[in-house]
Design a protein around this ligand. Sequence first.
Ligand code: FHN
Length: 582
Amino acid sequence: MKHLASIATAAALLAPTFARAGDPATIIETPEQQKERMAWWHEAKFGMFIHWGIYSVVGGQYKGKELPNSAEWMMCRGKIPIAEYSKYAEQFNPTKFDADNFVKMAKDAGMKYMVITAKHHDGFAMFDSCWGEYDVVDATPFGRDIMKELSRACYEQGLRFGFYYSQAQDWHHPGGFGNNWDKSLKKVSSDVYANEKVIPEVEQLLTEYGPISILWWDTPRNMSPEAFAGIYSLKSLQPGIITNDRLGKDIPGDHKTFERHIPDRGPVDKAWEVCMPISGSWGYKKIDTDFKSTTTLIRNLADIASKGGNYLLNVSPTGEGVILPQAQERLKQIGEWMRVNSDSIYGTTGSPFKKLDFGRCTKKQYAKGTTLYFHVFDWPADGKLVIPGLKNEIKQAYLLDGWKPLETTQDETGTTITVPKDAPDAINSVITVQVAGKLEVEQSGIVQNQDGSVDLPAADAYIHNNEGSQDAALQDRGDEPDNIGKWTDKEATVEWDFKLTQPGTFDVIANIALEDDSALTFTVNGETVKTKVKATGGYGSYTEQTLGSFSTTAEGNYNIRLKPDAKNWKPVNVRGLKLITK
Ligand code: FHN
């Protein structure tokens, strides 16, 4: 049934409607319940992202001109008026679209879930929207509900299905964020937008499209608490649904989202996913030939899994409804690799090794031992694969491809595996090693100096910056020492692992440069210390400042983490820390 709620009517209904959606506080879950709800997602590790819309008709070109950025942004980059952009809907007729084929392609690539743009920032619904006629069923010659066809196909082929929904930006609705170019828009509040369009549409997507496993929010904007409450609590319509961290900055969701970049290290005790286009653009862009190699894609999958994350790889169907041959070829090759090696990906957890020069490691832990999967990117020319620091008794080792047993030897430095001359797979050969008992890995890395001090340079830090942004990034200064810089993100944190053989009490000294007084915390050995740091006269003027001290009586592996004090944070540059015994 179609209804076009007038803005005035919606405004009049504002309060009761939000109440209809309920309150996030009513959705209470224990960590164990969340773990159970997300078990399939952690097992899955690998999904397909799809960006598809009426912009796909012209592949991001406007009046024959190429527009900058990703194709789905063309309405904004081209400052295209709504009346003009909406006409692309009349050309959207993807007659070659076949939902079963799409899903089979994902499944054959080893992907276990699919997330597709139900509504992107342009406001166009790729489903039979309850809000109005600006949707694929009513406004296009195609006239079919793509979301329903894909949801059904995923269900029939055993893939989990979810929606991407742009809950704040909407360049078609007068209450959506982002359209500052079309003066025909008579602006209304984002509350009206949430109440009139977002909540009804998302409610429809979560009640008329079968079992929905994922709701993928994007580009959060500052909406009212009522709007957030109304939108947030829709997830109760699909009890098992998983959401990301992009509804609003204070709404953590179930997993962090990194975009286009793989972090050095996964976030601590938080699920996370890296989303990445298989080429350069999310949406189909005619001139986009920047396809990542199959080597890069397979190694990305192993890298992300080795850090404990999921990989959401995006493809961009054309206006005809097909996935480009370059993308299909890569998906097919990933699938060939997965058919042999998926045990080393599905259901695995992160590597117990800080760094492996030859590749990556994933693992599966059991009551009596652990199976380690070594992803060997660089096959040893001498036939000896050295696993530094692996101390466990080796029960057995073999090539995952074909199960050929391998000889192993151990000494004080670790374990050496004798491997065949030729690598089974040119991109990523997996060696399985089963070890007995509790995992024992001696971390190599930063060790204490003879005088008891510990040097923690910027280059050895792990930087956690959200979405792979360039906030808090390592800056190579050529002849000058590297530093962590542009640290504008208050959520970004920096940490070092190090080993103490001489415990004691240590001063934590920062080699730091900052324009304005700032404040941060450091956490080490289970203690968090809040501290202030003084302006040094500029981001290039470094001084040593004592942040505080800590004590320990035990030798072993330690971690120290720096985190902005959000209330008093001003960006700082850090060349590193030094621990000095008192
Ligand atoms: O603006 C969007 C963009 O178009 C795309 O959908 C990506 C996918 O993660 N998200 C936003 C940019 O961060």
